[in-house]
Design a protein around this ligand. Structure first.
Ligand code: ZN
Length: 345
């Protein structure tokens, strides 16, 4: 199999380049692929050095997915910080195959990872990818989105997602470029949703629907979930963490409240944003709920004793250290969020 790529190079550095996949032109032979170049309309690559010359190459790397049955496939991202060896493959991605089309849930942390996901989907089914559901604003979940937008998918996100991504675009881009390397990041761009979720929305894939719901401030300010009634699968995004230290970028109290509502959804399994990638629901949420309860209790105790924030971050949540990976990377930030939230109650 062959695919079409464009070698994109930075305007500021002509030797920093990456072959970026142009989706939708996968072909069984090189000549068939080359025939497609003549009628090709290129995605917007104006941010890169011109001219862009598309060419045909053998298929690139494919992300690993587990077939969990019923047309649901899940990829487990590494439990790791973003770095030059994982290119932002540090969060889970899933896709659901209907009779007429496919929905993808989250997109990985770079265009490069999104491309590997796209190839894995194409090896499973030729149906169109109708929707990409972005569970929330964090860059490890959204930076792979552009390949799906280029493939014609509607981008589904919380009604506050576009604004939130706009506010953080620059810092997310700088941070991920520095951490994975400028070449690996080439082709990555932020994509705003074109289907904004406020009230629940049903995505019809043919023979099955995904119910997408927006939640109040909890893990972040932009959390949505997707529920597949056919298999009883809840795609929770980062409203559910497993093994990876939970990250609070919204509200501790809000997250606890949302978890109670999520537990009432008639799901039998969950795809968390990190870990898993497929777990029993709601039983598997117990460690996350315990962590949030400890975070809240320790924070209230520190505030009651008059401990300053700078001293409190070293003690809040400490008893949970052995239970989670990447604890020292995330727990101090969580303690800060919790302290700031609860000190004014
Ligand atoms: Zn997140």
């Amino acid at each position: 199999m062959f695919e079409l790529v464009a070698s994109l190079c930075l305007i500021a550095a002509a030797d920093v380049c990456r072959d970026v996949l142009i989706p939708g032109h996968e072909s069984v032979s090189r000549s068939e692929c080359q025939d497609r170049i003549r009628t090709l309309s290129l995605p917007d690559f104006s941010a890169y050095r011109q001219p862009v010359e598309p060419r045909c190459v053998p298929l690139g790397p494919t992300a690993d997915f587990v077939d969990v049955g019923g047309g649901v496939f899940v990829h487990r991202g590494q439990i790791s910080d973003v770095g030059p060896f994982n290119f932002g493959d540090v969060s889970n991605v899933a896709f659901v195959v209907g009779d007429r089309s496919i929905a993808v849930i989250d997109a990985g942390g770079s265009r490069k990872i999104g491309e590997a996901v796209y190839r894995a989907i194409r090896q499973t089914s030729d149906l169109p990818i109708s929707h990409l559901v972005l569970t929330h604003m964090h860059p490890d979940h959204v930076f792979g989105a552009s390949v799906f937008a280029d493939a014609g998918a509607r981008i589904v996100g919380h009604r506050k997602l576009a604004r939130a991504l706009g506010d953080r675009a620059e810092s997310y881009t700088t941070s991920f470029t520095n951490r994975m390397g400028a070449a690996a990041f080439i082709g990555t761009r932020i994509v705003a949703p074109d289907l904004e979720v406020d009230e629940p929305v049903e995505l019809d894939l043919g023979g099955r629907t995904l119910v997408v719901r927006a939640w109040p401030v909890s893990h972040s300010h932009t959390d949505i979930t997707a529920f597949d009634g056919k298999t009883g699968t809840l795609f929770a995004g980062d409203l559910m963490f497993h093994l990876h230290t939970p990250a609070v970028d919204g509200s501790v109290r809000g997250w606890q409240s949302v978890l109670k509502d999520l537990a009432a959804i008639p799901a039998r399994q969950v795809v968390p944003g990190h870990g898993g990638p497929i777990l029993d629901w709601p039983e598997s949420a117990a460690p996350l709920m315990r962590y949030l309860a400890v975070l809240e209790a320790d924070t209230r105790a520190a505030i009651d004793r008059g401990v300053s924030l700078s001293k409190a971050v070293d003690v809040i949540g400490r008893s949970e250290a052995a239970n989670w990976d990447l604890f020292d990377l995330f727990n101090p930030r969580n303690a800060t969020v919790a302290y700031t939230e609860l000190e004014w109650e």
